[in-house]
Design a protein around this ligand. Structure first.
Ligand code: GDP
Ligand code: MG
Length: 166
């Protein structure tokens, strides 16, 4: 199995940390220039049964100027072309204004979307459940997977679920 997976989400939710963990190198951080569309392919993960191309997709946010508007359209086109979108949020901050804009964009594409709730090492399980309930109201996610990109909780399970959608 092989396919393209786009990772989106507000700054600081842990996108680069997750990519670094699964790829096992510091690729994402090295090319982590916000707002650039160059070097979008952050890494290729090859296992015995799959090849996953991870794309860190910046620029899905309300544009503040003309160039930002162009970047945003490039990013939105990327979302249409990939096999799967990982929409990453941060369990500590929960729902924020930036997410509203991203969810509106997600509603314009047909690509399946996972809600990846990162930083679960920093929240109480009750608060995690509240976050899940909130986001379920906003969008019909294909899967909802809580992880800790930093500590590795559930990251293997997420990888297995990704393969199911390639
Ligand atoms: P990005 O902007 O979405 O690429 O976010 P980064 O990957 O750069 O992470 C932002 C910050 O959150 C960094 O200080 C990370 O170490 C931290 N971080 C990322 N994932 C986790 C996690 O699962 N748990 C905790 N506690 N911190 C995390
Ligand atoms: Mg990053």
């Amino acid at each position: 199995k092989s396919g393209f997976v786009s990772i989106i989400g507000r700054p600081n939710v842990g996108k680069s940390t997750y990519i670094n963990r699964v790829i096992g190198q510091k690729i994402a951080i090295m090319s982590d220039k916000p707002q650039t569309t160059r070097n979008k392919v952050q890494g290729v993960l090859t296992t015995n049964d799959s090849q996953i191309i991870l794309i860190d997709t910046p620029g899905i946010h309300k544009p503040k100027h003309k160039l930002g508007d162009f970047m945003m359209r490039v990013a939105t086109n990327t979302l249409k072309e990939v096999d799967l979108i990982l929409f990453m949020i941060n369990a500590v901050e929960g729902y924020g204004k930036g997410d509203e804009f991203i969810i509106e964009k997600l509603k314009t594409v047909r690509t399946p979307v996972f809600l990846v709730i990162n930083k679960i090492d920093q929240v109480h399980p009750d608060d995690l459940l509240k976050i899940i309930e909130k986001y379920k109201e906003l969008y019909d996610f294909a899967e909802i997977i809580p992880i800790s990109a930093l500590e590795g909780q559930n990251t293997e399970r997420l990888l297995e679920q990704i393969k199911e959608y390639l």
